[in-house]
Structures are given as structure tokens and as C-alpha cells.
Design a protein around this ligand. Sequence first.
Ligand SMILES: NC(=O)C1=CN([C@@H]2O[C@H](COP(=O)(O)OP(=O)(O)OC[C@H]3O[C@@H](n4cnc5c(N)ncnc54)[C@H](O)[C@@H]3O)[C@@H](O)[C@H]2O)C=CC1
Ligand SMILES: O=Cc1ccc(S(=O)(=O)O)cc1
Length: 468
Amino acid sequence: MQETRMTIGGRAVPGTASFEVRNPANGQVIGTAPNGSRDDLAAAVAAAQKAFTSWSRKSDDELAAACRAVTEKIGAHAEELARLLTLEQGKPLNGLGSRWELGGAAAWAGATAALSLPPRVLQDNAQGHVEIFRKPVGVVGSITPWNFPVLIAVWHVLPALRTGNTVVIKPSPYTPLATLRFVELLNEVLPEGVVNSVSCDDRTSNLGADMASDPVIRKIVFTGSCATGKKVMQSAASTMKRLTLELGGNDAGIVLPDADPKAIAEGLFWGAFLNNGQTCAAMKRLYVHASIHDEVCEHLAAFAKQVPMGDGMDEKNVLGPVQNRMQFDKVARLVADAKKKGQVLTGGEPGEGLFFPATIVAGLKNGDALVDEEQFGPALPVIRYTDVEDAIRAANDSENGLGGSVWSKDIEHAKRIASRLECGSVWINKHGAIQPNAPFGGVKASGLGVEFAEEGLKEYTDAQVIFS
Ligand SMILES: NC(=O)C1=CN([C@@H]2O[C@H](COP(=O)(O)OP(=O)(O)OC[C@H]3O[C@@H](n4cnc5c(N)ncnc54)[C@H](O)[C@@H]3O)[C@@H](O)[C@H]2O)C=CC1
Ligand SMILES: O=Cc1ccc(S(=O)(=O)O)cc1
């Protein structure tokens, strides 16, 4: 049993109540997290505000060194955090699971440490000297989801620290344990109050909502559902907070007629089923040209059938359970509806507990629920097309615009199609492969702003221009 604590001003805070956290693989209680109150949040915000005074005055070199120390901590505790993550999130230790997530967390932390935003001279002549500086905004509130708890915490916290901000982070009630431990570890190498954590069950208290309207917090970075993202945006208006919103997607993949069905099967599968499909930028709809449709379906289903699924603590598994009952029920509802309209190529029946076999359903079209709604789980609809213009139109016929992909042997042709997709990232012959040196963010209802690289770092700063 992991009994976790919030970290407020460098101190471990148990809170006056707690809630249970269960392993989605077997339903067993694996730990408890504090059910923090508004007073706990106020204390965390006050600690972050106090720490901001000295943290924001650190030199660029000092901030970079602190981020490198955090990177080392993550690396040193990667296996401990990975095990905790598997227990609470369900994703396997192996494959593209917890160890992979922790590897990504260390890589992203290191890459963020190496970024910087030096002042830039805009003008230097007889008329005057004009220079732009990037200044930290103040206390940053980070609200994270349950799909990649540690990696997304790093995506939120490290750029904030690197630019001289202090942080209050609140993890999802489904997966608070690894994040609370992560913040404890950070506090071993950072001054007190620089990173604080609060947790709550979202029922008796909802500190995410309170953070969004808090008058001291100057920015919210939020990853989660579109519905909650919209609420955060509304609450943030009254205090004119800066916002980065990484919200849901309904990414389309388009397979062109010249693609090699066998060669792309593995990439298509992991593009859709990374983290059991519980990934914002997973491929959630697959449009395949009629000339190779059946062959693509055959190879994709054959690949899916041999992927081992089970308890993530078992080293042989590379897919685990769906993380929670709400998500499982959503996937089950969408698959039940899809079965009435299309042909199930593999999977299709809910398994034991929260296990849902990788499911692929062909014969669907836009307008069917599994195509139109974000399933955020292990179920992929396949849509046949004959004219690529129809496929582009159908791909863009969504309120979301996070990612997309085009699959073809002709890279230049694929890139021309890519440029017509209404989304923030498009991959050719892969899907969802984000990297720290490339900005990542959604258009339309998929969010606001970007993460990663200098563009992402800037979002944690205000510009100040000095004219002399
Ligand atoms: N795009 C993504 O990364 C994710 C998308 N989802 C989608 O969202 C759906 C719902 O999943 P949830 O876990 O309920 O996502 P959610 O968007 O409600 O939760 C994300 C975070 O927001 C917090 N939160 C809840 N209410 C809030 C409020 N009023 N103001 C500020 N923060 C608040 C939660 O505690 C959690 O930390 C899923 O079915 C899935 O489709 C879920 C998780 C991640
Ligand atoms: O590659 C890892 C990865 C890709 C996307 C996301 S999400 O879009 O933020 O869910 C998470 C991890």
C-alpha cells in the first residue's frame, strides 16, 4: 500500500481525509492519496507565491542546472516510478508502457533543461535600442490527466521551472500516486515551495476548478478532455490567466492507394493503440483507399491478434486494461453501436474486469458514433474511400484538430495531402510520434497554445520590451 502525501512548501502534508486508488488490472486498492481541501490549495499557492520571489531571480544557468538535477532524479527513480505507474494506471511495465513513459520523462526533462530564451535585440541604431526579454508569469497551476501522468507532469512542470516560475500541480484522482511521489523527489533537489502538489477525489472537492479561478495563479496548463478544458477557459477569464490547453483529438489516418499494407500494419496498430488508445494524439479513425482496403484490414487485424494483453506487472504483456470504468463503458457503448453497422475484424467483446481486447471495426462511415466521437480506448473504426478528396473532407469534418497522418510510399505527395489536414501535427507513415524539439498542440476544439521546444517554453513567459 502506497500512502502518499501532498507536498506543500517542502513539507509532506497528509490532508485531513484520503481516498483509495485502485489497480485497474484487478480492482485491488494499491494506495491512498490525500483528499485535499481548499485550505490545502491556498497553502500550496501561498508557498509557490513566496518561492517565486527568489526562484524568478535565479540566473539562466542556475535554472538550467536545477532542471538538470530534476532530470537526474527522474532517471535515478525511473523504475520505482514506473512500477507505481503500472499499478495505478494499468499500462504495462514493458512495451510502450511505464518504463517507456519514464524514459520519455527523463528525455523531455533533459531537453527542456537545454532550452533557453535569451533576450533578443530588435533594434540597435542611432534611433534607439530595443530589446525583448521573456519574464516568468508567476505561479503556474498544472492540471494533469490519467493517461500519461508522469510524462505530462514533466511536460507541464519542467518548462515552468526552466523559465523561472513556481508550480502547483494537481493530478487526476484516477492516477495521483506516481505524481505525488514525483513531486516529493523534485523537492529533494529544489528549494521549498518551488513545486507543490495537491490531490483530491473530484467529488467532495474539485481543486482543479478552484485552481482555474484562483486569483494568484497566473497560468493554467491543462491536459484533459475538451469539456473540462472549456470550463477551465471560462474560469480563467476573470483573472486573465495565461492558458495552455491540450485537449482531446479525433485524429484521422489516411492510407493512400500506393501504401504497402503489410509494411504499414505495425505502425498503424501502434498509432491507434498506443497506451490502449488512451492517448490524445492516437489515430482514432482510419480512412483506407478501396483498392487496398481489404489487405490493410487483414494485416492490421493479424498484427492486433498477436499483441499480448494482461496485467501490466507481468513482463510479457504490452497492453493492459482500460484505466477506469467510465472509459471502459464509453468504449463498450461505442463498440456495441459499431457492431450493428460494420464488420468486426478483431476483438469486439468486452473482456474480464477492465480488459477490452484491441478492437477493429470496418465498414463504418462519418456519422457513426465510433467515427465521430473520441473513443479514447482500444477500438479503431476503418472507413473505405475511393476519392482522396472525400477522405480529406471526412478527416476534416470534426470539431477536433490535434493530429493526423498520411500513409504512402510517395512522401512528397503525402506531404501535400498532409498540408490540407486541419490539425496541429501531421505524420507521414507513422502517427503520434511527438518529440521534444517540435511544438505540439491542437487547432479548433483540440486546444490552445503549444508545448515543447522554444515555442512551448515561451508560453510560460510574458514578453517585456525595453526601449532605450
Ligand atoms: N486529452 C487527454 O489527454 C485526455 C482526454 N480524456 C478524455 O476526457 C474524458 C473524461 O476523462 P476525465 O478523466 O474525466 O478528464 P477530465 O478532463 O475531466 O480530467 C482531466 C483533469 O482535469 C481535472 N478536472 C476535473 N474537473 C475539473 C474542472 N472543473 N476544472 C479544472 N480541472 C478539472 C481532473 O481532476 C483531471 O486532473 C475521457 O473519456 C477522454 O475522452 C481523458 C483524459 C486525458
Ligand atoms: O508518445 C507519447 C505520447 C504521445 C501523445 C500523448 S498525448 O497526446 O498527450 O496523450 C502522450 C504521450
